[in-house]
Structure formats: C-alpha cells, structure tokens
Design a protein around this ligand. Structure first.
Ligand SMILES: [Cu+2]
Length: 185
C-alpha cells in the first residue's frame, strides 16, 4: 500500500529529500567548524604557568627527550633488550634512559616527530598524542604522585614500531636535580 499510494506519487520528492539529507548535515558540520577550530587554536596556546618544558621527538626507532630549560639536558631513549633487563623491569617496556620529571611541578610536554607519525601514549596518564613532523603538540601535566609510567608508540610507524616504548619516571624535585647533574654531559 505504501509503495502504491505514497512512493509512486512522490517520486519527485525523493530527490528533494536526498538533497536535504546532504545539505542539512553539511550545515551542521559548517556550524561545528567555528567553535572547534578556535578551541584547537587555544588548546595549542595552553599556558598553564609551567615550570618545565620537555620536548619529545619521535624517531625511527627511539624517543628523544630535550629539556629546553636546562641547557645540555637531552638524550635518546632506546628499548632495553632482554639481556639488559634487571629484576623487576617489564619486558619490552623498559628503556635505557628514562624521561625523569619532578612531581608537583607544572610540566609542558611538546610532542613532535623527526620522520613518520608516531604517538606518545601513556595510557595510565590518559595521554595519547600523535607525534607529527612539523607539528608541535602540547600537553600540560602536573604529577601529584611519584612513580614510573610506561607507554608505547600507538601509531603504526614501521617495522620496529613495537620497539619504542615510553618510560616516564616521576620523582621528587631533589632527586630530579641530582639526576639532571648526572645526565648532562
Ligand atoms: Cu612510532
């Protein structure tokens, strides 16, 4: 009945309906662009009055950490192989040089890449940011507790994608200072 009495007579309205179904969502998207673009812009400018900036650069296949506020403090972070592991260290997650940051300090992480797209992801911190070449993504963090956080690259970036884990050690400020002096060459 529906086919006979409704659709057959309303053939012309089909096209109008289809047009509506395309134009209307387009307008919704256009309306959404305005706030989301400005939000993205301001998100990049987040200026939580920070005390420390850490630049994280993804490489094939290691992470490079640069502490821009402390001259000379920059190092590469490679995965530890099985025979390098010490008791208690997780396999495939431990690195030779952990990124050490102080707790109770506003820290800004700037994440970028030197080659392909990587992702700096630490699930226990709810941080997952794509590292894209030429783009500097920022995330601010203040750690209330000390501990070691592990993560992995979460963007399939090549053959050794699974071999670039992230180890972030949050420690007390005094320990951090001692670590700085020990690391700067
Ligand atoms: Cu990667």
């Amino acid at each position: 009945m529906v086919r006979k009495f409704y659709f057959k007579r309303k053939k012309i309205e089909y096209q109008f309906g289809e047009l509506l179904c395309r134009v209307f969502p387009t307008f919704i998207l256009l309306i959404q662009i305005v706030p989301s673009l400005s939000l993205l812009y301001y998100y990049g400018l987040i200026n939580l009055d920070r005390n420390l900036t850490v630049k994280v650069t993804g490489h094939q296949w290691y992470w490079r950490y640069e502490f821009r506020d402390i001259p000379g403090l920059e190092f590469d972070s490679y995965i530890k192989s099985l025979d390098q592991l010490e008791l208690g260290e997780p396999r495939l997650l431990e690195v030779d040089n952990r990124c050490v940051v102080p707790c109770d300090t506003n820290i800004r992480f700037c994440i970028t890449s030197a080659d392909v797209i990587h992702a700096w992801a630490l699930s226990s911190l709810s941080v997952k940011l794509d590292a894209i070449r030429g783009v500097l993504r920022t995330v601010c963090y203040r750690f209330p507790i000390i501990g070691v956080f592990y993560g992995q690259c979460s963007e399939i970036c090549g053959a050794n994608h699974r071999f670039i884990p992230i180890a972030l050690e949050v420690t007390l400020l005094d320990n951090f200072k001692r670590w700085c002096f020990g690391t700067i060459e």
